[in-house]
Design a protein around this ligand. Structure first.
Ligand code: RP5
Length: 257
């Protein structure tokens, strides 16, 4: 009995170490491969390209209080949730279990407004793009997350107005839906991924939307500009996620006009 009692501090020590280890894997910053990771400030992130190794659990500490985030589920429930379809297909992993820094388990719905014009002076196709305020500061279609109950076509307009300082509310140009599905976004994990619907407005005569002066919101976006397609194609403006693919779809759509 006395011998067992003398082991209590030893077991308590082991338990505290185990508890701290589990906590550090679940919250905020974790160390993986020598990198300090905090995905929500856009530094480094263990997700991204599929890797055939054991994933780590990661959920950003901000998710605990963010109003847009769903409540955290237990490990047992997590294992029963639908998996990232790309992971399922390849039998691999993104490297991350849990939500990473996305708010919801499963698909996280976004909408992307692609706005193009033909520049009357150069005859070139140009796109209304923003530079995201994160590192690396890639260029992007000014899209964003769908609010609860919102239609994705409304989200696309709202996000464009907010992030690029334009106005899509009263345009008579009818948008074309170019794509709806999975996004190859660096924030994807095995249990949470981005899904977007892409809408395309094209002003062939540069007589309405094409005349808009763009302006960044100074919060999520650093710059908002009309960018010639040739410069996007040449790689001068590194693009966020799958956005170069959506721009290419829009160019194919313009050729049908
Ligand atoms: C991408 O993330 C989508 O294509 C959309 O443009 C964007 C939405 O995320 P936030 O801009 O809100 O970070 O996957």
């Amino acid at each position: 009995m006395i011998m067992l009692a003398s082991l209590i501090p030893y077991f308590a020590f082991i338990y505290i170490i185990y508890y701290l280890f589990r906590k550090s894997r679940r919250e905020g910053k974790i160390k993986i491969s020598g990198s300090n990771i905090n995905c929500c400030v856009g530094k480094q992130y263990p997700g991204g390209p599929l890797r055939p190794f054991s994933p780590v659990f990661y959920e950003d500490a901000k998710l605990k209080t963010a109003p847009w985030a769903a409540p955290r589920v237990s490990d047992d429930i997590l294992e029963t949730l639908p998996k990232n379809p790309t992971v399922e297909e390849n039998g691999q992993t993104t490297g991350v279990h849990g939500r990473g820094c996305l708010g919801k388990y499963g698909p996280n719905y976004a909408a992307d407004p692609v706005i193009s014009r033909i520049n009357p002076d150069t005859g070139e196709i140009e796109f209304a793009l923003i530079q995201r305020d994160e590192t690396p500061a890639t260029w992007a279609i000014p899209g964003g997350m769908v609010d609860p109950g919102e239609k994705s076509s409304i989200t696309a307009k709202r996000e464009f107005n907010e992030e690029a300082g334009g106005n899509l509310d009263n345009t008579s140009i009818i948008p074309v839906e170019l794509y709806s599905g999975y996004v190859d976004d660096w924030r994807n994990t095995d249990h949470a991924w981005m899904h977007t619907t892409v809408f395309h407005w094209h002003d062939a005569n540069c007589s309405s939307l094409g005349k808009m002066k763009l302006k960044s919101d100074g919060v999520e976006t650093k710059k908002a500009e009309w960018i010639p397609y040739n410069d996007i194609k040449s790689g001068k403006y590194p693009m966020f996620a799958d956005h170069a693919r959506y721009i290419k779809m829009a160019v194919n759509n313009i050729q049908l006009f």
